[in-house]
Write a protein that binds this ligand. Sequence first.
Ligand code: NAI
Length: 410
Amino acid sequence: MNHQTSFPKDKINILLLGGIHPSAETYFRDQGFSLIDSRRGEMTEEELCEAIPSVHILGIRSGTEVTARVMEHARKLLTVGCFCIGTNQVDLKAARKKGVPVFNAPFANTRSVAELVIAEAVMLMRGIPARNAAAHLGTWQKTAAGSFEARGKTIGIVGYGHIGTQVGILAEALGMRVLFHDIESKLTLGNAEPVKSLDALLKAADVVTLHVPGGSSTKHLIGQKELAAMKKGACLINASRGQVVDIAALDRAIRSGHIAGAALDVHPEEPVSSKLPFHSPLQGLTNVILTPHIAGSTAEAQERIGRDVAEKLLLFCDTGATAGAVNFLPVSLPSHAGRHRILHIHENRPGVLAAVNDVFAKASVNIASQFLETDADIGYVVTDVDEKKGTGLKAELDRIPGTIRTRVLY
Ligand code: NAI
């Protein structure tokens, strides 16, 4: 899709840091932007403070921090894109105060995770990890003992969200029975069956796979009691968050033979860099697959992240749409063909909307449509006005007390 941009593309500075996938730069260039500074390296806070005043669109990955100080130096910044899943590296509050929405790509790697989970389910049910380890040591474990087909077996999905549903669809294609447990009522895909309690799911599944969010509510969701509730010989897969499984309890359940195998992509303590060592009590257990939090890390996911985030950034710049922003009110907007669109971001205090509309009334500007979203501290009002009548109003709107930022889109 080619966006009809409402600003001069040849004057927009785009800074992309940290080796963002080339799909992002390609997307921007395809849309007609040329001032793109794309770098493999990250920038320090100091370097970014120096660079940011002239930047309109900033793209980063997890290694660049956008601090409150960086935001203070931003003069023209419209939006920030985190070309990754997490957004902890950005001071979201500071960005919000400046009227700068921050976008990311939370679901671009959903399919990658689901595929690995299915592959691991098959590997675990066939006892491959241990046989692979033995073969590397010169031992020939040619036996059908402890080796099962996936077809006809039951997979129990805990957390039936974006990833859980994809796992369910792929598992069903293999002929598995799909059960899921979620704390929310969910639309069931295919023949998946909801199970009311976690306990009932654990008792019924041959493979249990976890796809819940992290945090205190899911910490040690799977502990000694839950592992004991699982079928003898069942397998466990965790590609969600490390704290969801009590590793000491899992260690005991595997060593006792109650759990036949496990695949863990996430761990309670993960090294912050590839240069640091990784430790787990499960190291050396040949029926346990340990991977370094790479379930979502594929070429396709990276490519999708590049394109998805670039699209969101441009959509915001063009239309003011903030749906999908992590620090901003979610506003989905139709296009404003034939009209001027005026975006007004302000502190949420009484009287601002009235003052905005007063500016339009005094200038005899006809409001074609208006969208308003507020939360505790920010208000975002988007007004479409008759063509060519928005231009002169920016200065007036900027003068309204509490205004954070005004933009006129043509
Ligand atoms: P999602 O938010 O779409 O789905 C999570 C689901 O879990 C929701 O349906 C929610 O209602 C449910 N849930 C929450 N608490 C629950 C509980 N106590 N019991 C049962 N269900 C519960 O999240 P998404 O995108 O599917 O991600 C799932 C997990 O995978 C997250 O922890 C995420 O951080 C992780 N992840 C890991 C990756 C990796 O590389 N290993 C990559 C991407 C995501």
